[in-house]
Design a protein around this ligand. Structure first.
Ligand SMILES: C[S@@+](CC[C@H](N)C(=O)[O-])C[C@H]1O[C@@H](n2cnc3c(N)ncnc32)[C@H](O)[C@@H]1O
Ligand code: SF4
Length: 379
């Protein structure tokens, strides 16, 4: 699949979750409008933007913006940037900040998908994760979104939070299914060094999530969600057929995208760049907010192609992998198959559920395959 995507980062949150390493500004209501103006100025400065198949307004918490500011942001983005008539337009939401006015405004501006950060349906785990919403507010957020006309709902879950039992996780999955979301993302809690959780782990006040516990919970997610009719299309993502996240598929297929706002990343034809995370610098001149850039070599792009494609349940074509990498991946594929980590079906190579848990190691093995003899490399 190919296409073009637009990501807009809205950094404002009402509180900082102790595991979060994203570019976040707590509070800052007085700068919401100035920030949206800056995003539009950055959008206007973009050159030769193709028609986009997806617009993703993420965060941070876009739903902390007032209904008027949110509608204005989405409408102006649509005026400035070319969006396909059938584009997927997603907004990220936190349950406690979903309001009827906000969702009606989002829907009126063309938002057709909402990704709600549920994280857990166990009250104790929600508290341990520093979330400020209740379980009831998750259901309310789903209901309010749909009543406003945004039928396509995705729920984000985190497993491995402090004190979470296997029973808590099973219950979370079942309660999530009760909401009948079109899409579910389930992420293992990652401890990021610079976060309050990272610092607590460093000083010995908290332990890292247990790897065996994470593996058991991952397998429960795979079994439960597949039994409920969700297609496990990417390592951490499940969807009803036809409701896969078009935006994230653009990332996994190395498509081009631009990112607007603080900390946002862009990619075009192997060139990547990213914005400053400093709000003050961004507001001062959003058109000069670039913080770094890099250009991948052809072989780095091909290696990245393999590791991204292996995340997808559709896997990779063995002949294409061999040609791109200039390596014979078949022996490593056979070895992975014997270890129950890979499946070879005809010309396709893909990870098993066990392989998905060890995706990095499996991909590394494939990348360490012996180079092809020169006369075997196709020109
Ligand atoms: C950055 S948040 C933005 C959306 C929204 N503010 C929220 O908290 O749900 C997007 C998603 O990333 C995931 N996430 C963020 N930090 C994580 C971490 N350290 N470990 C696992 N998942 C994480 C959560 O599931 C979250 O829903
Ligand atoms: S996880 Fe979401 S709500 Fe929490 S600080 Fe990060 S972006 Fe904000």
């Amino acid at each position: 699949m190919s296409g073009f995507g637009i990501y807009v980062h809205v950094p404002f949150c009402s509180a900082l979750c102790p595991y979060c390493d994203f570019a976040v500004v707590v509070g800052g209501q007085d700068r919401h409008e100035a920030y949206c103006d800056a995003v539009i100025a950055e959008a206007r400065a973009q050159r030769a933007v193709p028609i986009a198949a997806s617009l993703f307004i993420g965060g941070g918490t876009p739903t902390v913006l007032s209904a008027d500011v949110l509608r204005d942001l989405v409408e102006r983005l649509r005026d400035v940037l070319p969006l396909a008539a059938d584009a997927e337009v997603t907004i990220e939401a936190n349950p406690e900040s979903v309001t009827e006015d906000g969702m009606r405004a989002a829907a009126a501006a063309g938002v057709n998908r909402v990704s709600i950060g549920a994280q857990s349906f166990a009250p104790r785990v929600l508290r341990a994760l520093g979330r400020t919403h209740s379980v009831g507010q998750i259901s309310d957020a789903v209901r309010v979104s749909r009543a406003a006309g945004i039928e396509n709902v995705s729920l984000d879950l985190i497993y491995g939070g402090p004190g979470e039992t296997i029973a808590d996780w099973t219950e979370s999955l079942e309660r999530a299914l009760d909401e009948k979301p079109q899409h579910i993302s389930a992420y293992a809690l990652t401890i990021e060094v610079a976060t309050p959780f990272g610092k607590a782990v460093a000083r010995g006040a908290m332990s890292e999530p247990d790897q065996d516990d994470l593996a058991a919970k991952y397998e429960i997610a795979c079994t439960t969600l597949e039994a409920a009719g969700y297609r496990h299309y990417e390592i951490s993502n499940w969807a009803r057929p036809g409701f896969e996240s078009r935006h994230n598929i653009l990332y996994w297929t190395q498509s081009d995208y631009i990112g607007l706002g603080i900390g946002a990343h862009s990619h075009r034809q192997g060139r990547r760049w990213w914005n400053t995370r400093a709000l003050g610098r961004y507001l001062a001149d959003p058109t000069q907010a670039r913080d770094g850039e890099e250009t991948l070599t052809a072989s780095e792009r091909d290696e990245e192609w393999l590791s991204l494609r292996m995340r997808l349940i559709d896997g990779v074509d063995i002949a294409e992998a061999t040609a791109r990498l200039g390596r014979d991946v078949r022996p490593a594929a056979k070895e992975g198959e014997r270890a129950g980590l890979l499946v070879v079906e005809g010309q396709t190579l893909r990870l098993t559920t066990r392989g998905m848990l060890l995706e990095n190691e499996v991909t590394l093995r494939l990348l360490e395959s012996p180079p092809l003899a020169l006369d075997m490399v196709e020109c």
